[in-house]
Every structure is written in C-alpha cells, then in structure tokens.
Design a protein around this ligand. Structure first.
Ligand SMILES: C[S@@+](CC[C@H](N)C(=O)[O-])C[C@H]1O[C@@H](n2cnc3c(N)ncnc32)[C@H](O)[C@@H]1O
Length: 284
C-alpha cells in the first residue's frame, strides 16, 4: 500500500540527495552552455520557462554568436540534460514503482478516448525516455512511433522496442512525423518537463493526429524520496520543497490549452500515481 507523506495536499520536501533535486534540467543546461562560452541568465520563474524564452535570453546576451548556433547549442544542452537525468531511469523513486496497477490506469485513459474502437492503431509516443514504460502498456502495438529529444534514452528505447519507428525530435517540432498520420498521441510525464513549450507541443500533436484521433497525457502527482516515502506534488525550482497543489493545477492548465488549440472532450482524471489529461481531435 502507498503511504503518502502529505495526502492532505500540504507541500512536503525531498532529500537533497534525491535525483529530482540533485539533477535539475535548467541548471544542467546553464552549466553546459557556460562550458561552451555562451552566456545565459536564468529567469526568476523557472516553473513555466520554455526553451523559446531561453533562446530569446541567449540571443540578447550573446549578440556576436549566430542565432542558429545558439539554438543548436540550447537544444543540444537540453537533450544532454534529460539524458543525464533520465537515461538510466527506473521506477525505484517513481510513484509508479509503488503502484503495480499503473498501466491499468493508463489503459483506462486510452480506452476513454476510443482505444478499443480502432483496429491496429497507429500510436505515437512522445518523450518515450528509455522505453521502460512500454512494458505491459504498448510494447506490442504494431504501428508504433517513438520520439524523444535525448539520444541515449532514445537508443535504449529502440533496443527495447526494435519494431518501432524511432526519431529524435522535440515535441514542439515533430519534423519526422507526417501530418494526419497518427490515431493516438501518448506522452507520459512529458508535459510537466522543464523547458517544454506546451502550446507549441499541443499544436504539433493536433497536426500529426488524424481527424478523430486522440491525445493522452500524464502528469506525475508524486515522488518517492530516498527513504521510500511518497511525497505528493511537484518539486519547486531551486529548492527541495514540493508543491502539492501543482500537479492538479498543471493538469487543468494543459486541459485548457488543449481546448484552446481545437481539441474537444478534454478531461482530467486523477489516479494513484498520475493525473491523466485526455482529449479528442474532433472538429466541431
Ligand atoms: C520524466 S521523463 C519521462 C519518461 C517516460 N515517458 C516515463 O514516463 O517514464 C521525460 C522525458 O521526456 C523527454 N522530453 C522532455 N522534453 C521533451 C520535449 N520537449 N520533446 C520531446 N521529449 C521531451 C525527456 O528526454 C525524457 O525522456
């Protein structure tokens, strides 16, 4: 049974030794750019900073470097940062590791948007990480495309899912995925990622989905600390403290974005380990 540190919804904190505190994506990006001689002042609000905002800051602070060079350096640094944090990721400190039924919850989300109505579905998985999530969930889906920005993680996912088409693309710009080509878009614990631009990513999701296709996104709702305690929430930038109300707020902001971008039937469902946001790509 999961014992939650703060099931009342009050924020807690994680050990400074926790992976989620020790390895911060924006700090890694900053350090990598500094090693390349690129200046970057991180903005105060890192919760919602996107890669596009960092690029604007880089352009302003490095006027002698070409925009193309800066963009490439930033994207490389982001990809490396995610590999550093997640290439070897297991569910040891992940709330899914404490919930043997988490895949059932993910299937329920897929079912709500018509998974069982489509024969031989084309499934696009964005932010696949090292592919661990596929086991017992979508590992046997025949027409499978997997995407991630992080090359090492993607190589590991490829080894786990050799039948899948794998491409290294950002969610904001799925250059290798054709328009109207996918029945389902699945991204587990990706739309909470540091630097992701959710608006651009959702527009891309809409582009690649068939009319009638559907999107399923999960937002994690808890961490497992070094001592095995489950701490509800998302860890705040530059600190060990965990904001218990953040996952639900974030899920609802993604739901609103989906509706703004033309998706319909957008829904939010809380499960033991994650919050699922689902929607359909149906013109009204
Ligand atoms: C928290 S990990 C989740 C991995 C896996 N989906 C899971 O649930 O275990 C986030 C993953 O999303 C990827 N990612 C982060 N931002 C991304 C973006 N903008 N486009 C594509 N992938 C991204 C990272 O490289 C990482 O593999």
């Amino acid at each position: 049974m999961i014992t939650h540190e703060h099931s009342s919804g009050v924020g807690g904190s994680l050990s400074p030794k926790s992976l989620y505190v020790r390895t911060r994506i924006t700090t890694e990006v900053y350090a990598q750019l500094a090693r390349e001689g690129i200046r970057l002042t991180l903005p105060p609000d890192l919760w919602s900073t996107t890669i596009d905002q960092l690029l604007q800051i880089c352009l302003r602070e490095n006027p002698r470097t070409s925009p193309k060079t800066l963009q490439a350096a930033l994207e490389r640094a982001r990809a490396t940062a995610f590999d550093t944090k997640y290439a070897e990721y297991t569910y040891h400190h992940d709330s899914r590791g404490k919930d043997p039924l988490w895949q059932h919850a993910a299937f329920d989300a897929l079912r709500r948007v018509g998974w069982e109505d489509v024969r031989d579905p084309r499934l696009l998985v964005v932010g696949v990480g090292n592919g661990l999530e596929a086991q017992g969930l979508y590992g046997d889906v025949r027409r499978l495309t997997i995407v991630d920005i992080a090359p090492l993680s993607l190589a590991m996912a490829r080894a786990r899912l050799p039948h899948a088409t794998a491409t290294q693309d950002p969610a904001e710009n799925l250059t290798s995925v054709h328009s109207n080509s996918q029945d389902f878009y699945l991204a587990l614990r990706v739309f909470q990622s540091a630097l992701l631009n959710p608006l651009r990513a959702i527009h891309e999701a809409r582009r690649v989905l068939t009319p009638g296709g559907a999107i399923v996104l999960s937002i994690s709702s808890a961490f497992v600390d070094c001592d095995g305690r489950v701490v509800l929430g998302h860890v705040a930038p530059r600190s060990c403290s965990v904001d218990a109300s953040r996952p639900v707020h974030h899920a609802h902001s993604i739901q609103r974005l989906l509706l703004r971008c033309g998706f319909s039937d957008a829904d939010v469902a809380e499960t033991r380990s994650d919050i699922y946001v689902t929607a359909r790509n149906i013109e009204r």
